[in-house]
Design a protein around this ligand. Structure first.
Ligand code: PLP
Length: 411
């Protein structure tokens, strides 16, 4: 009887996923995240692989100096924080981390969340309510989409990176707003409030948001602009400060980021004006109603960020590797574009074929996952390669040749 009820909730989803080649399972890695790893193969053996799939773009997760610093922080601060930030959880490392993020990002202030996911969900749902308008790029990350849903604001999804479509959506929203019945008093709720939100680097395509144009549109339409720098922090700009450094332009009003990717620790953050940070500390539910991250994790994130600050050559090595890899793929006739980020998508199309290619690459010692629906649109399955600062040039050349060969073999 019990099983039957569980079936009712779960069976169709699982069967559909299996039939569509979208069923998820996890790969087991037996060594720390780095440019070379050992993974457990389906036959139970271990195999060494070149990792071309990590978000740890600067390869900082396994640096001796940083591991020692984190273990020192554990000895000093223990294993857990013991409370929410607003009760007992807020320890010196949390505060130092937020101060350093603000400095690194060139902002007045910053606030951390336990994950980037929670930063997006908490920030969007705190800023916007059901009377507000949100303009969201169609390829935005799931955590932005979930934040929008939670806010209950009216959402206009604009075509990917299409600034004309964004301006059209804003005009449409303003027209709709002007037909609304206004509350008598002149409160904030009676003003038009619009939030433009976009990934800085799109996580499955590796392309960039057009920040200069977004700043112009936000200014002219009096909207707030929020960017998510999950794949931009530590990657874009000469010193890895992100999208604004890349373009040499002003910052968005709200900058979200993660400490889990290039920074190689864990956590999310928002940086901006002091008033924004004060507001989030008071209103963001995913900040308020959760236990603070372990102080040692905060210390690790801060140490790693300081390391990035002190080693801009690491960011430059990453950029050089991306160029070498894209050049090598193009030379081999693989259809890619020169990526401005650390993400190089190789679009295959068919889900089953992408899986087959990814499996064959794994047999050849190269780990690049196939990304499928629902993470990307149906029929847009791809190999999502991502580069690290520590890949060797020769390693990348060999990988490109092997990738080209396997794509041609798997028809
Ligand atoms: C990974 C990612 C997040 C979530 O960050 P976590 O710290 O992993 O929760 C948010 N936005 C984008 C664009 C991401 O790629």
């Amino acid at each position: 009887m019990k099983e039957k009820i569980l079936d009712l909730f779960t069976r169709e989803t699982l069967e559909t996923a299996r039939a569509n080649n979208t069923y998820r399972s996890m790969r087991l890695m037996e060594t720390p995240e780095s440019s070379r790893v050992k993974i457990r193969m389906p036959d139970g053996t271990s195999q060494e692989q070149i990792l071309l799939a990590s978000n740890s773009y600067l390869d900082l997760a396994n640096v001796d100096e940083l591991k020692h610093a984190m273990s020192q922080a554990v000895l000093e601060w223990g294993t857990g924080s013991g409370g929410a930030r607003l009760t007992t959880g807020n320890k010196t490392p949390h505060q130092e981390l937020e101060e350093f993020i603000a400095k690194f990002k060139g902002e007045e202030s910053a606030i951390t969340f336990n994950t980037g996911y929670m930063a997006n969900v908490g920030t969007i749902s705190a800023l916007c309510g059901k009377n507000d308008f949100i303009f969201s790029d169609e390829l935005n990350h799931a955590s932005i989409i979930d934040g929008i849903r939670l806010s209950r604001a009216k959402c206009f999804v604009y075509k990917h990176n299409d600034m004309v479509d964004l301006e059209r959506a804003i005009m449409e929203a303003k027209a709709e707003f002007s037909t609304r019945e206004m509350p008598a008093e002149n409160s904030a709720a009676s003003a038009f409030r619009g939030l433009i939100v976009t990934d800085a680097v799109f996580s499955m395509d590796g392309d960039l948001a057009n920040l200069p144009e977004l700043l112009r549109i936000a200014h002219e339409s009096e909207c707030l602009l929020m960017i998510d720098e999950a794949h931009a922090t530590g990657v874009l700009g000469k010193t890895g400060r992100g999208l604004a450094e890349h373009y040499g332009c002003a910052h968005a009003d709200v900058t979200v980021g993660t400490l889990s990717k290039a920074v190689a620790a864990e956590g999310g953050f928002v940086a901006g004006k002091q008033q924004l940070i004060d507001f989030l500390r008071n209103k963001a539910r995913s900040f308020i109603f959760t236990t603070a991250m372990a102080p040692a994790v905060a210390a690790a994130a801060c140490n790693n960020l300081r390391y990035i600050d002190a080693h801009p050559e690491r960011v430059q090595n990453l950029r050089e590797n991306v160029k070498i890899f894209c050049d090598a793929l193009l030379h081999e006739g693989v259809n890619v574009v020169q990526s401005p980020s650390a993400i190089v998508p190789i679009v295959i199309g068919d889900e089953a074929r992408a899986l087959k290619i990814s499996a064959a690459l794994q047999d050849a010692g190269i780990l690049i996952p196939a990304i499928r629906y629902p993470t990307v649109a149906k029929g847009q399955a791809r190999l999502r390669a991502s580069l690290m600062a520590t890949h060797m040039h020769e390693q990348l050349q060999i990988a490109a040749t092997t990738i080209a060969q396997i794509i041609n073999d798997c028809l």
